[in-house]
Structures are given as C-alpha cells and as structure tokens.
Design a binder for this molecule. Sequence first.
Ligand code: ZN
Length: 91
Amino acid sequence: MADILPGPVCHSCGMAITKKDDFGCEANMTVMNISYCRHCYWKGQFTENITKEEMLTNIANAMKLGKKMTDEEARKMAGNMMKLLKRWKDQ
Ligand SMILES: [Zn+2]
C-alpha cells in the first residue's frame, strides 16, 4: 500500500532530494536508509525541534510562493502532503 511518498523525498519537510549531498546522515556520517534531507536531519537527530503545526506553516508558505493560492488552500495541501511523511503521519 502506497501510504508514503515514493522517494527520494525528505520525510520531514517534503522537499525532493535530488542529490546524494542533500541527504541527512546518521551519527557515524553514513547516509544508509536516511529518509530525511540534511536541513532536517543531521548526525542521527533532527536539527530542529519543530512542531507539526510549525512545519505545516512552513510547507504552506513554500507552496504558496509564486502561486495564486489562498492561505487556506495552501494549508490544506500542506496537510495532505504531511499525511504521507513518516515524521508526521502518526501524529
Ligand atoms: Zn527536510
């Protein structure tokens, strides 16, 4: 069942990960099985202790950039996307 996005995408902020350098890493600096980007996850931990609500606002703002979209529409889209991201799907 495809209940998470096909990768590579960051499962914290939803950003597409296009380069190996963009992956986060574990404490021993390996990138094995990492589902997060370097901005969200570094050396085995999340870089920011951000709440689901704060991330929703961040993603909604990014989605709105350059588009004719209301706050409400952007937040709805962001919320739908976050249901597919591992970091938030169980919250
Ligand atoms: Zn990320």
